[in-house]
Ligand binder design. Sequence first.
Ligand SMILES: NC(=O)c1ccc[n+]([C@@H]2O[C@H](COP(=O)([O-])OP(=O)(O)OC[C@H]3O[C@@H](n4cnc5c(N)ncnc54)[C@H](OP(=O)(O)O)[C@@H]3O)[C@@H](O)[C@H]2O)c1
Length: 347
Amino acid sequence: MTKVGIVGVTGYTGMELVRIILSHPELDLAYATSRTWAGKPLAQALPAVKERTELRISLFDPVGAAGAAEVVFLCLPHNEAMDAAAQLVGLGTRVVDLSADFRLKDADVYEKWYGSHSQPQLLTKAVYGLPEIYRDRIAEASLVAVPGCYPTSVILGLLPAAQGGLLNPDSIIADSKSGVSGAGKEPKADLHFPEVEGNFSAYNIAGVHRHTCEMDQELAGILGQPVSITFSPHLIPVSRGILSTIYSDPAIAVDADGLVDLYRERFSSEPFIKVRSIIDPLPSIKDVRGTNQCIIAPRVDSGNGRIVVVSCIDNLVKGASGQAIQCSNLMLGLPETLGLEDMPLLP
Ligand SMILES: NC(=O)c1ccc[n+]([C@@H]2O[C@H](COP(=O)([O-])OP(=O)(O)OC[C@H]3O[C@@H](n4cnc5c(N)ncnc54)[C@H](OP(=O)(O)O)[C@@H]3O)[C@@H](O)[C@H]2O)c1
């Protein structure tokens, strides 16, 4: 068993990590922090774990964390994770950071979208935690930056078409819908039940959502040229789930079956990616709820030849904590799917 820790255990991604780790056959939850619940049993903050662990919540202290755990998951807001990560890496502890603090390679880009970075020397050392692209580097990494939830759905949704040279980089549009847990546990007026229930709204459109630069960075890396994606996020009245519908003009003509074949071939050995053909039903968020799967339906518009892809994930699993465990499995030399084989919660 490998001892692991969670910094920020009482937030949504921290709680999701607890759920996965307590059922994981090779991980032992040995350390957990929160400022609000420090000194209290974890079971008091999360009653669901009452018979599963006697762990007490601590205040974060890097030496204590490094002494207790071989791998530490940081589930803190952006700007809050960077110093903790640097301290832990300096103490020889491997870190899986779920915040945005180490996802961007360029400190100036980070500063433009998130504010100043206190540990820019670690930006190039950190590995972007998308196993479907960076599996070998993740296995060797001391610091992994788990991708954002929206970028996970969009980058995976475009990956085979991008690598196959099928995308016109000036024409990519991602229209994404997310459940409310994507915004974290901190109360906000526009996320209260009466605002969200029965509602459906766009927000941060037209180049102002922070995940845009992350998608641009990763797609530019694949395409070998600058990308400026149009990203339109929406809030839907469910707890979890992201459905992205992504559009691109084709760089070369492509037919519907050929596109599905390309996706099937690219993802044939990927344990968590499922490709839906043109005779399969389109994916919906209930197909992935509680799972680490990304279900992708690539299509070609019969009217104009445009590429249209639907990509679905659970934002708290493949979009955050499940992907973090997938990365830590790789880092620890464990089977990549260990602890992550749950079926969706249906209906
Ligand atoms: N929610 C998602 O779907 C999702 C998906 C991908 C990535 N992420 C990223 O993962 C990170 C955690 O997200 P989350 O949704 O779990 O957040 P959250 O629900 O707001 O939880 C944040 C956690 O961090 C602790 N914390 C410590 N220092 C803090 C500070 N200075 N300010 C606020 N909280 C602090 C909080 O507990 P105390 O206040 O008691 O210390 C809490 O346990 C974020 O960077 C987020 O962007 C989230």
